[in-house]
Design a protein around this ligand. Structure first.
Ligand code: HEM
Length: 496
């Protein structure tokens, strides 16, 4: 009896797998003739063919083998990888509208519930993006410019580091605090004390979010979310924490809904609330509570980890290359001196420093596949029709290390951004912020922050590692969705 039962069960499983494979085959067929790529295996697609810890390396290899447009299968989902400057320009810019959708990447969707700017597409995304860009740009709210807000945080940061009095410390949390406080000042209208438990919780949640997003767990979750949800793991706590963080954003928004001065909105939330009031009689308005809450989360999360980890990596590279650090300090001493804080106007007069900051970003390659896109409609490209809804990875790495576009693509070398006269040299292949319609919304803010924080820090301190420079490891701690630089301890020797 038992044997018969188990034989029947085996038969059921065999039939189920067979039907699943048939279904998968017909599902894959419905995508038609996609660009070339490695043959997918049943159920898993190409998942077993690469190291989930460093998927972008596999994508780079494929682009060498198959060309600038490649199809891979993540489980049952086809993904088009676009690589190389020309192909990315033709698609992200030339066919910008068609390639402008945001992929339904489960970890991104889960937290913003389909609202806000980062994980939306079409009309909603356009409205939210236009509003955010305009509000961040002219900052016609409050009395203080973005530059002033960044400088204020740079001063707090320098004071914090001074308190370490030259003893070993880990700069990671201080940098996150400073960068997050700039966003808080813009979005909420105020900064937080470093010890504020709510602020600490928000920062911890953003950090865990990026760590998981870039870990093998995050990669697998994005392919098989339902399955991974059945298993225990760090993602469950993350979801609880992000729900709590979202509740906090809701609470901050609610508190501001009824007391906004229409003549002078003080921050991002107030500017949005005014727009909500203006459009309250429009039935299809996108200016509503859910979009505002997700937008606040988008700005806080996208704006914190990216910029703070770039500065963290910049300091690590200065310790690895003390000659570069010295040259930057010399330039700052000559142009800014020691009696005033650096300002954005100084940037043009600091070509070497500007080149170093760009080179930090180029060599660190923070977002190898940007944030995955999706096709807005069936689109012909390179002789193939890419169907509406297909996920697209713009392989920014392929441009950032293209030997045809950089003097020295494979290591950290500020000469990549300098001409023979030592002047700063722009390069279109600098695509660290993405390309086209989805290019980073916070690019201008990030550039201001990178410049002011970096120059203020090097004006005040010389950074030294705990080991000799040649033993210092500058490889990222994780290279999944993002390439997260490692954390470390160091010394900051006061110069002023
Ligand atoms: C060094 C710092 C930063 C880097 C390297 C960076 C990089 C990127 C990249 C590669 C994308 C995706 C582009 C694409 O989808 O093709 C992106 C999108 C985005 N970034 Fe940044 N970013 C940085 C700082 C910031 C800051 C400070 C903010 C905050 C205001 C921000 C907010 C956003 C948002 C909201 C999006 C989504 C835009 C959209 O979907 O239309 N980023 N960023």
């Amino acid at each position: 009896m038992d044997i018969t039962l188990s034989l029947t069960n085996v038969l059921y499983v065999v039939i189920a797998v067979f039907l699943l494979l048939l279904l998968q085959k017909s599902q894959r067929k419905q995508f038609g003739q996609l660009p070339p790529g490695p043959a997918p295996k049943p159920l898993l697609g190409n998942l077993l063919q690469f190291d989930v810890k460093e998927p972008y390396k596999y994508y780079l290899k494929l682009s060498k083998k198959y060309g600038s447009v490649v199809t891979i299968w993540l489980g049952n989902t086809p993904v088009i990888i676009i690589s190389g400057f020309e192909a990315l320009k033709e698609t992200m810019i030339g066919l910008g509208e068609e390639f402008s959708g945001r992929a339904n990447y489960p970890l991104l969707m889960k937290i913003t519930h389909g609202y806000g700017v980062l994980s939306t597409s079409g009309h909603r995304w356009k409205q939210m993006r236009k509003f955010s860009l305009m509000t961040l740009k002219d900052f016609g709210m409050g009395r203080r410019s973005i530059e002033e807000r960044v400088r204020e945080e740079a001063k707090y940061l320098v004071e914090m580091i001074k308190k370490c009095e030259g003893s070993a410390f880990s700069p990671a949390d201080m940098l996150s605090n400073a960068v997050a406080n700039v966003i808080c000042s813009i979005v909420f209208g105020h900064r937080f004390e470093f010890e504020d438990p709510q602020f600490k919780f928000l920062l911890q949640t953003v950090n865990t979010y990026f760590t998981i997003l870039s870990s093998p767990l995050g990669q697998i979750y994005n392919v098989f979310p339902k399955l991974v949800n059945l298993f225990p793991g760090k993602h469950h706590q993350l979801f609880k924490d992000t729900d709590k963080a979202r509740e906090y954003c809701k609470h901050k928004v609610r508190a501001r809904m009824n007391n906004v001065d229409p003549s002078c909105p003080q921050d991002f939330i107030e500017a949005f609330v005014l727009k909500m009031k203006e459009e309250k009689d429009k039935s299809d308005t996108e200016y509503h509570f859910d979009n505002l809450v997700s937008l606040v989360w988008n700005l806080f999360s996208a704006g914190t980890e990216s910029t703070s980890s770039t500065i963290r990596h910049a300091l690590l590279l200065m310790m690895k290359h003390p000659d570069v650090q010295e040259r930057v300090q010399q330039e700052i001493d000559e142009v800014v001196g020691k009696d005033r804080w650096p300002s954005i106007e100084d940037r043009q007069k600091l070509p070497y420093t500007d080149a170093v900051i760009h080179e930090v970003q180029r060599s660190m390659d923070f977002a190898p596949i940007a944030v995955p896109h999706k096709m807005m409609c069936d689109t012909e490209y390179n002789g193939y029709v890419i169907p509406k809804g297909t996920m697209v990875f713009p392989l920014l790495s392929s441009v950032l290390i293209d030997p045809k576009r950089w003097k020295n693509p494979n290591c950290f070398d500020p000469e990549n951004f300098l001409n023979e006269e030592g002047q700063f040299m722009k390069n279109d292949a600098f695509v660290a912020f993405g390309m086209g319609k989805r290019v980073c919304l916070g690019e201008a803010l990030a550039r201001t922050e990178l410049f002011l924080f970096f120059t203020s820090l090097l004006q005040h301190f010389t950074f030294k590692a705990m080991v000799p420079p040649e033993e210092l490891d500058t490889k990222p701690a994780a290279s999944g969705f993002g390439r997260i630089p490692r954390r470390y301890e160091c010394y900051a020797i006061p110069r002023i």
